[in-house]
Write a protein that binds this ligand. Structure first.
Ligand SMILES: N[C@H](CCC[C@H](N)C(=O)O)C(=O)O
Length: 287
């Protein structure tokens, strides 16, 4: 199987192009194990998961994403920028604006041309659509119509105030005065596997730096700590706005360990994200 490894701010995925390579199309039940194997640094390639680029009946392209543990996710913000760069640079798109179907819905992407030495795309803006704010959309336990904003919940011995947002995939956001001091590795799994979230959850810790600037660290469902989480950064901006920490409808700079994203929760209710995407390598997966 031919692959291309790419990253968005260090959140890296092994990408299999299924658009014109039937060798990259497997029986449906083989993808979870493929992702677990490929993601493993010692027996595989090493990544946060795999991404499949395919054709769609509802959009210009289709993106599927599997986490390191083999679970399939409904969306991936950094992955979408990598997919957009890939399909444009490889001539599949033919124009700078196009749509991508995900399990979480259809998004639109716009690539910025010629910003690298080889004239490939380096910046991509993705309209991630509208966030889901009700418990039923996350999903999480409780009144499906109610929102979860600054709500107190217990995780193990830990009492934490959470704000939950869906970006097609579930996010629990926690605000803190010192994001670097958070024990992400200890608290992440406690929250990810809490019975509060029937489909598990991604967890983001956010430190507010100003009305248009936040800093974020993420424990990702199915992958653990990553250098960046695009949907997590979008959820963080929505949560910061709902809690009155960020200026509404303005571009917010989100600092992640792997770099910065610029995210706007626009007046039309759509969340738009601009950031980089880059190639790492390509090759052939043997057996
Ligand atoms: N772990 C996520 C999928 C990857 C999201 C992240 N890498 C991003 O850039 O949005 C989930 O299970 O929902």
């Amino acid at each position: 199987m031919k692959f291309t490894k790419m990253h968005g701010l260090g959140n890296n995925y092994v990408i299999f192009n299924q658009l014109d390579d039937p060798g990259n199309v497997l029986e449906e039940d083989r993808y979870p194990a493929l992702s677990r194997k490929v993601s493993q640094i010692n027996f595989g390639i090493g990544s946060d998961g795999i991404i499949l680029i395919g054709s769609s009946e509802k959009a210009d392209f289709k993106m599927r994403i599997f986490n390191e543990d083999g679970s399939e996710a409904k969306n991936c913000g950094n992955g979408l920028r990598c997919v957009a760069k890939y399909v444009y640079d490889h001539g599949y798109a033919g124009r700078r604006n196009f749509t991508i179907e995900t399990l979480g819905g259809i998004v639109s992407a716009e690539v910025e041309e010629g910003r690298t030495v080889d004239d490939h795309v380096s910046f991509v803006t993705v309209d991630m659509g509208k966030p889901g704010l009700q418990k039923g959309a996350i999903p999480m336990q409780g009144d499906p119509e109610a929102r979860t904003i600054d709500e107190l919940h217990t995780f193990g011995e830990q009492l934490l105030r959470i704000t939950c947002i869906s970006m097609g995939n579930p996010h629990a956001i926690i605000f803190t005065g010192d994001v670097q001091a958070v024990e992400v590795e200890r608290l992440g799994p406690l929250i990810e596997y809490s019975s509060l979230f029937p489909e598990r959850v991604n967890v983001g810790w956010v430190q507010v730096k100003g009305p248009r600037e936040i800093e974020c660290r993420v424990w990702e469902r199915g992958s653990g700590i990553t250098m960046a989480c695009g949907t997590g950064a979008c959820a963080a901006v929505v949560a910061a706005t709902l809690n009155g920490f960020s200026d509404p409808h303005q571009p917010i700079t989100v600092h992640l360990p792997g770099g910065d994203l610029e995210i706007t929760w626009d007046v039309d209710g759509h969340v738009r994200k601009r950031g980089e995407a880059a190639y790492i390598c390509s090759g052939e997966l043997i057996a």
